[in-house]
Design a protein around this ligand. Sequence first.
Ligand SMILES: Cc1ncc(COP(=O)(O)O)c(C=O)c1O
Length: 482
Amino acid sequence: MKHAKSSGGTKANLLFRQAYEYIVTRMDRGEWQAHDKLPSIRLLAQELQVHRLTVFRAYQLLKQNERAYVKEKSGYYVSPCKSEEQALNEHEESPRSLTASSVLKNALSEIQQIPVKYQFSQALIDPNLLPNLFLSEHVKQVFDIYPKLMGTYSSAQGDEELREYLCRYMVRHHHLRLTVSDILITTGGQQAIDLISRIYIRPMDPVLVERPTYSAALDIFRQQGARLVPVEITPNGYDLAAVEKLMQKHKPRIFYMNPTFHNPTGYTVPAAQRKLLVELAERYRCLLIEDDAIHEMYLDQPPPQPMLTYDTEGWVVYLRSFSKYVAPGLRICAVMGGPSVIKPLITAKSLADNGTPLVNQKMFLHYFESARIQQHLEKLRIALQIRKEIVEEELASTGWHWISPQGGFNLWLRLPDFIPVDRLLEECLRHSVSFVPGVICDPLKEMQSWIRLSYSFVNEEHLRDGVRRLVDIAGRYGPQPQ
Ligand SMILES: Cc1ncc(COP(=O)(O)O)c(C=O)c1O
């Protein structure tokens, strides 16, 4: 399968664009303010460890985009942004507080916050598919067992009883050599990605990421000033020779990956590659961040064992979130890895919030270990299979391209080039339909013709209506679907 645009020429340009983004990020954070002199080309090239020409091109682009101006024989200076100047005139806040927020971006969350009837941008289980009635009895039981629950903090690492249970669970299911101290509980997978990035990423550090990938992870890494190095993911996994070359060339400290029912494509990296990837990680001392947010949401076959199973030297940190399909409201994720990774993460967690609420952890523990949850997972798989089939049926006549996923919540669709996805999204939102534009999942911001359509959140009847509405709106942009 080919992606919307070849990345060949882009790779040559990647470095200068990343240097550009790095400078813009620092400007947006208010570190370099209007009319400040920017570092000389030589100094910045030294700091970023890139060629001077790379910084020169980044400065040229800043000039072209009116983010910087030149003073003869002096150097480059930060241009005042129009919006910033206007805002300053209108408010009395400091420029730092005004600009600091502009660098924070979560493109996915912005789309998801728009209320719509046909919500295809949420890769989350439909709340109606959860055993809600049973949950209220369960809550009462948990408070009976732990009457002081509301009055107690969890440790920063997470409730020991929960970690013990999860340790046994993971050893039983994935043949891991794991101890209770190798587990940290975070408030969702999102927090785990954020904590890891705070520890491991400094500005301009190279980070390997799949292309495409989970867009919020990209936003987190960008926020830390990372230099994103894309690794193409295909239905057959990665090109391991290419991964090795990237590790040799960039010496990244981390490779963030989502190898099981990958978000957004649904692809799963085959078992044979997993062991080899761990060997590469060991050889090139690159930590693999294995994000496994929907492990149990397979349709026919359980997925291969996690990469963590093959890790003997501590080069994999494994994020097993349960918030997508077990209990979204509780936001429980287990982070697993060797002591060299887990210890600094516990410190980062203690700095962030001192521990995930104990009530959530105990609720989750008793819910997850009940027999009911296992039956519930089985029902969920059936419901997801039905929903996926409905969407595929409705899309069958469009001529759009996708590879039917074997698990997960999403279809990753390639639309014909004549459909402008940005305009399609605007129009769809006006008609109460949302989806994720592929471009936000692409570290190169190029996948203009792709969209992610989540079929997990919307009930069957609405699913059919919503997809019809989407196809109908898309049909206005060119030849009718055949
Ligand atoms: C791949 C991936 N990782 C992490 C997350 C965030 O998970 P959580 O809801 O547990 O924070 C998501 C949510 O969409 C995801 O798709």
